[in-house]
Write a protein that binds this ligand. Structure first.
Ligand code: BTN
Length: 254
């Protein structure tokens, strides 16, 4: 399959963001270290910071996020979630639902979520997208929702063998189109979270492939928890063998 590698054009990015509605301010960079870092340096909302290529992308749990030029969609949406602090832990879940929904809308594929917010695709359940959510202080606290989607990577370009891309799974799509669809879905899911937390949790549980599987969870303090993932509770935590986990890296047992 021919994999499109056209550079992201600022005008196409602006048009895609406008299509999503919501009045996002757009900041486009041909190259940037990290869109999350740029967003945090100048936090205004609603805004979208987009980089055609990131040179120092950041991942969850202090990891890096790397992609060859032209192959990934990397952006950060800055929002005022308008939520009490107790509900902020649901933001990564709402964002994951939105990324899966946006990918499905553009590709017709059917992503599955790995708790808390990895987006998996294809028969091997490869990771196609990751989300890094950060909180910054402004007049009101703002959420920086950093999203990286492997769009056009070929198999030999994957950063790790457990990853995949939209192209590998059969969808040769334009990065700007994916951006527009994910932003539209993000607006909708954030509105749902504000208006009906239970409906948002139901949408997340419906898309999450972690519950019902044997998992290994590496906790932030280095401890490891293994057992059956029983549920996602009303606070967005994963319940494994009776213990509720708020953060960690999950591996699905094969
Ligand atoms: C993960 O570890 O799964 C989260 C990866 C998040 C990567 C995105 S790419 C756009 C934004 N800017 C960053 O530096 N990271 C996020």
């Amino acid at each position: 399959m021919e994999i499109p590698r056209a550079p992201l054009e600022p005008a196409a990015v602006a048009a895609a963001v406008a299509t999503a509605g919501g009045g996002w301010q757009v900041r486009f960079h041909a190259e940037a270290p990290s869109t999350n870092a740029l967003a945090a340096a100048e936090p205004v909302a609603p805004a979208v910071v987009v980089a055609d290529h990131q040179t120092a992308g950041r991942g969850r749990l202090d990891r890096t996020w790397q992609s060859p030029p032209g192959t990934s969609l990397t952006f950060s949406a800055v929002v005022d979630p308008g939520l009490p602090d107790a509900e902020w832990p649901l933001l990564p879940l709402a964002s994951a639902v939105a990324v899966a929904e946006g990918i499905a809308a553009v590709t017709g594929l059917d992503p599955v979520l790995k708790w808390p917010n990895d987006v998996l695709l294809g028969p091997r359940g490869g990771k196609v997208a990751g989300i890094l959510l950060e909180r910054v202080a402004a007049a009101r606290p703002l959420a920086i929702i950093g999203i990286g989607i492997n769009v056009a990577m070929a198999a030999e370009e994957l950063p790790v063998p457990t990853a995949t891309s939209l192209a590998i799974e059969g969808a040769a799509v334009d990065r700007a189109a994916v951006l527009g669809a994910v932003l539209a879905a993000l607006r909708a899911q954030l509105a749902l979270l504000r208006s009906d937390r239970r409906a948002l949790l139901a949408a997340y549980r419906g898309a999450c492939g972690t519950v019902g599987r044997e998992v290994r969870v590496e906790l932030p303090d280095g401890a490891v928890l293994e057992g059956l993932a029983e549920s996602v509770d009303d606070h967005g935590r994963l319940v494994v063998g009776g213990a509720a986990v708020g953060a960690g890296d999950v591996v699905h047992a094969r």
